[in-house]
Design a binder for this molecule. Structure first.
Ligand SMILES: [Zn+2]
Length: 424
């Protein structure tokens, strides 16, 4: 149990966080309204609102409807009061996005990583963050950075346990980035933050229970339960790509055989297509790639299938069967309201998603499935960077009141804040 529970400072933090969340959700609300919604006393709400007014997080905006006495002053949430930084890594590139308090993108830096080492990745990310902060020096930004990284992440300590594709092991990303940038750093696997991104800004806006599945070099899931990221006991929940779907299937980097990602990831789909090209004499893939099969990649298979190629279609049907089995299991286990398919190739293919729907219909139990929709992601690879910014936004009150922002609230705005206390 947390030894600090019951201490006044902690209670204050909890109350601020609670009021902050309600304000962000309601947008405009009076002090009495906040007291009703939070269950806090009017006096406590007043104290919290005074501090939020001082920080510029809310402003007073006219009067509400009177319920007998003096009409209550309305408080309006100001998403542009403070900004957050989120970054994600894909294909040896970083996307770093500056967002407002609603995780809406405001500015960005995209940068290539020179080399494949963790040091090179940290160097590139630090440079991109510095450029973004310099360009936005007139804005108030949280001194914090959310990072969506590849691999298995120990979220508590911000350590990448392993990212096998990159051959990174035990990389203390949080510590290294904190000492390079001076920012507080939060790290999570990029599919986990991808789920947050789609929930805050994308196709799953407001969904309470959803599973986001990204298909790329691997396959991974981000699980959101009751609006919160479900991370498991040591933050490794969601390793969907390493669930077994074919007992004696191909060997996986994790040591197991027949892992899902050996059958449906981009490299798996491309590999299967190159292999099957040898057995065929006609069709779109044959005409385009028979002479140089090594140039054939997963997006080419998706495109050829959309154009009606038989070989490409059969490869996708096979992949959709395996992924559909995995999704059917998820539907039965978690009963989510939404399954979101992300990643560059799969999410872009209507044909593939139709094939998936068909398998899931056959594999999942009918009753849980009636509650689930299968949809494609909206944000592409930006989902992870925006979701990484959400990691920062989830700590917004403590960062704000701990003084962890780049500058004080703008004085011209503060001059406009009236004396505290009206409305009661
Ligand atoms: Zn595996």
């Amino acid at each position: 149990m947390n030894a600090r529970i019951g201490q006044p400072e902690l209670l204050k933090e909890i109350n601020r966080a609670h009021v902050f969340e309600i304000l962000r959700h309601e947008r405009t609300v009076s002090r009495p309204g906040l007291a009703d919604l939070t269950g806090l006393s009017r006096a406590t709400v007043s104290i919290v609102i005074d501090s939020l007014l001082r920080e510029g997080i809310v402003r007073e905006a006219g009067f509400g409807v009177s319920s007998g006495g003096r009409p209550p002053v309305l408080l309006e949430f100001r998403p542009e009061a403070v900004f957050a930084l989120g970054a994600s890594m894909h294909d040896y590139r970083w996307s770093v996005i500056l967002t407002d308090l609603d995780a809406a993108p405001q500015d960005r830096e995209d940068i290539a990583i020179l080399g494949s080492s963790a040091e090179a990745a940290i160097e590139a990310l630090s440079d991109a963050v510095a450029r973004l902060l310099t360009r936005n020096s007139a804005r108030r930004v949280f001194r914090a950075l959310g990072v969506g990284s590849p691999g298995l992440v120990d979220m508590r300590n911000g350590i990448i346990q392993s990212a096998t594709d990159l051959e990174w092991f035990d990389v203390p990303l949080k510590t290294l980035l904190q000492s390079r940038t001076g920012l507080e750093v939060y790290v999570a696997n990029r599919s986990k933050v991808g789920a947050l991104g789609e929930r805050w800004r994308g196709t799953a806006k407001g969904a309470q229970d959803l599973i986001y599945i990204s298909i790329g070099t691997g396959v991974a899931a981000g699980i959101i339960h009751r609006g919160e990221l479900y991370i498991g006991t040591n933050s490794s929940a969601g390793e969907l790509g390493h669930t077994t779907v074919l007992p004696d299937g191909p060997l996986c980097g994790c040591g197991n055989r027949g892992c899902l990602q050996q059958l449906v990831s981009d490299p798996a789909i491309a590999g299967r297509a190159r292999e099957r090209l040898r057995e065929t004499q006609h069709g779109i893939l044959f005409e385009r790639y028979a002479e140089r099969p090594e140039t054939l990649n997963a997006p080419d298979v998706f495109r050829a299938a959309e154009e009606g190629d038989t070989l490409a279609t059969s490869i996708l049907e096979e992949a959709a069967e395996y992924l559909g089995i995995a999704i059917g299991n998820l539907v039965n286990l978690f009963n989510p309201e939404m399954i979101v398919i992300g990643g560059q190739s799969g999410a872009g293919s209507t044909l593939f998603v139709e094939m998936l729907r068909d398998t899931v219909r056959r594999r999942a139990m009918a009753y849980p499935l009636t509650a689930t929709t299968l949809v494609t992601a909206e944000l592409g690879s930006d989902a992870a960077a925006l979701g990484a910014a959400v990691l920062v936004l989830q700590h917004a009150p403590e960062l704000l009141f701990g003084g962890n922002t780049t500058s004080e609230p703008q004085s011209e705005f503060l001059d406009a804040v009236p004396e505290a206390g009206p409305g009661y």
